[in-house]
Design a protein. Structure first.
Length: 466
């Protein structure tokens, strides 16, 4: 039986941001969201998030995560003070309390599982996660005997010069037997340089305490500024790319590619250089994405090709080719076997199978049937200055180059629209539409304009001479 408490009350001054530190994004998730997910495999009895700075914003950001309980820490007076706020919430509880930091986002579930197992098998009052660092500056030092029993913990700012030579550091991750900790919490004192209530002061007072070293020290790296956030992102990207490479995905020049942890890829997907995959994106086998493409919150079917293009919030079916320099957005849906060519933009548009929009076109709020061909320069004029309107195009219809379809409008099946037409009225099936001004030809136009120009110049000279 375990309850989890996550410390998420701090402002994060060194981030130099109005956004609370724990809400900064890493790999497509907020820092605190990543911490919450690390405990999901244990199905903890309760998950308590201690909030303070801009607490409402933090609560709103996590509103869709079920089962969270929020505990207010009005004044941020240290980690010990934060855990003191749990006393009324955990009254009568007799199990273990796992304490995590909302700004330590790289912890693996396996590491926490090992910590809990060690704690319970040894019947410890407290078990702490520690690490051996070559450069421990900034971390509290953990001093243990030869059996791993903790003798004391000293914060970095309070260490003597000799104590700073100890390389075992405190990761700030604890598992306490709650009744033992609850007895001591009211007696915490702020007898330190920072005048804060340290949770570490309770560690050596509650009973038997052991330290468990993490295998990969990078898991305990905390985020205090943008530089550390960038370092964590590099570590996470390496993890993500290794996962997909081993799963049968080809990454050409991995260093130039970024992939959010929320992305799903199937074997035999190829990701070209300078391509970025974001959010809830799913790409099926055989697809080749990039170079130079951004795919965000989108689903791509089998054998889709995307070159130098942006696809956001959209669905693309199998065997479709996109780009170069195309833009799909606003919940567009593209059928199978389509061609979306260079300098084409689709917004909130649904294209039927085997439809081609080859180049230089904009389709907004449009629905087409199957086997439609959109000529170069075709535009659906969907906005009247107040509202957006839809255009509907039937099966096998073809638009000539430089056509404008003014919505709301419905064009039937097997319709041909002549090049240069501006279509403003519905068109029935099997029709030819010519909606343009009659061509006017004036022979000898250049000669007439030259004579007119000479006459004007002569008049000017005459006025000047006389």
């Amino acid at each position: 039986m375990v309850v989890v408490a996550i410390l998420a009350a701090g402002k994060g001054t060194r981030m130099k941001s109005n956004l609370p530190k724990v809400l900064h994004s890493l790999g497509g998730k907020s820092l605190v969201e990543r911490v919450i997910e690390s405990v999901e495999p244990f199905s903890p009895e309760r998950r308590l998030v201690i909030v303070g700075y801009q607490s409402q914003q933090v609560k709103t950001a996590m509103a869709e995560i079920p089962g969270l309980e929020f505990v207010e820490q009005t004044l941020q007076l240290g980690t010990g003070h934060a855990i003191q706020q749990l006393l009324p919430y955990l009254e009568g509880y007799t199990g273990d309390l796992l304490i995590l930091n909302g700004d330590v986002p790289l912890l693996r579930a396996e590491t926490l599982k090992n910590l809990l197992q060690t704690h319970q098998e040894n019947q410890n009052s407290c078990t702490i996660l520690s690490a051996q660092l070559s450069n421990p500056q900034g971390y509290g030092r953990v001093f243990c005997d030869c059996d791993g029993i903790v003798q004391k913990i000293v914060e970095d700012k309070d260490c003597t010069s000799n104590q700073r030579e100890n390389n075992r550091v405190n990761a700030g991750i604890y598992c306490f037997r709650w009744p033992d900790l609850a007895k001591f919490l009211p007696h915490l004192a702020a007898n330190n340089a920072q005048k804060e209530y340290y949770l570490t002061d309770a560690v050596t007072e509650v009973g038997k305490v052991m330290a468990v070293d993490v295998e990969d020290y990078q898991e305990i790296l905390g985020i205090n500024d943008r530089l550390q956030l960038a370092t964590a992102n590099d570590i996470l990207q390496r993890r993500i790319k290794e996962k997909w490479l081993l799963a049968g995905v080809t990454l050409i020049d991995p260093a130039s590619i970024t992939i959010d942890e929320t992305v799903e890829l199937q074997p035999d997907v190829i990701i070209e250089p300078q391509t970025h995959l974001r959010g809830k994106t799913m790409i099926q086998s055989g697809s080749r994405i990039g170079p130079g493409s951004l795919i965000e919150n989108s689903e791509l079917g089998q054998n889709v090709t995307v070159q130098y293009s942006v696809v956001t919030d959209s669905v693309v079916q199998a065997e479709t080719r996109i780009g170069p320099y195309a833009h799909l957005r606003g919940h567009s849906e593209v059928g199978a076997g389509c061609r979306i060519g260079n300098f084409v933009e689709l917004k909130n548009t649904q294209l039927g199978d085997r439809t081609n929009v080859a180049h230089l076109s904009y389709l907004g709020d449009t629905t087409t049937g199957t086997q439609v061909n959109i000529g170069a320069g075709t535009i659906t004029a969907n906005y009247d200055g107040v509202k957006k309107h839809r255009t509907k195009i039937g099966d096998r219809t073809k638009t000539g180059s430089n056509s404008v379809l003014v919505a709301p409008i419905t064009v039937g099946n097997d319709v041909y629209i002549a090049a240069g037409s501006t279509v403003t009225e519905d068109v029935e099936n099997d029709a030819l539409v010519i909606a343009r001004s009659r061509q006017v030809v004036k022979p000898g136009w250049k000669r007439k304009t030259e004579n007119s120009s000479r006459s004007q110049e002569s008049g000017v000279r005459s006025k000047t001479l006389f």
